[in-house]
Ligand binder design. Sequence first.
Ligand code: DC
Length: 219
Amino acid sequence: MIIAIDGPAGVGKSTVAKLLAARLGCLYLDTGALYRAVAWKTLRSNIPPTDREQVVKLLPSTSLHMQFQNGAVQVLVDGIDVTGELRAPDVTTAASVVSAIPGVREWLLPIQRQIGQRGSVVAEGRDIGTKVFPTAPYKFFLDADAHIRVERRHRELVAAGRGGAIEATHQDLSDRDLRDRTRPIDPLVPAPDARSIDTSTLSPEQVVEVMISAMSTGL
Ligand code: DC
């Protein structure tokens, strides 16, 4: 069984997807981490993320694995555990840039689908319900007021010791949103059969309750 959760940055997707996966005993698939892993390799190879040709050339010689152990997820690039580096600001920006490259999306598609075959999965990203798992029986699209998303993301960054000016968070989020929503390939749009949830005034636990009751009544 696949549960697809899509939505923009700062909407609470990861928190909700992890809670839902724990509650249902499913794997939690963070597809953004795979884009971040490609971005990490690009930066590590001194290739500008905007150099589409060079980024795509890197992929055939790249090995990318997600390991699931006791509820924790590790991302390995060429055998190196890069999990702790994937949320760095330069990787975040580069991930948004490389995710607009069609060759990167094509390369990551079978990797995501293979993980989906490992069992029941709560998968979170931007194109899960539209592209990666279009036949998923349960699809959700989370959204929230733009300034609430900025505040949430800023709090996360501060908690991780990476908080700068809130204006910078605002700029970063709106740049990423624009890129994710307007790219020609697999843009961030709700699947026609997704249930939309506005998380602006809901706690993560409340969002999970809405999801579970939607799933029990067939969305
Ligand atoms: O969810 P995230 O912030 O970790 O995602 C990092 C980037 O990857 C984000 O800017 C958009 C991209 N992404 C995507 O294009 N498709 C996905 N399914 C997941 C993430």
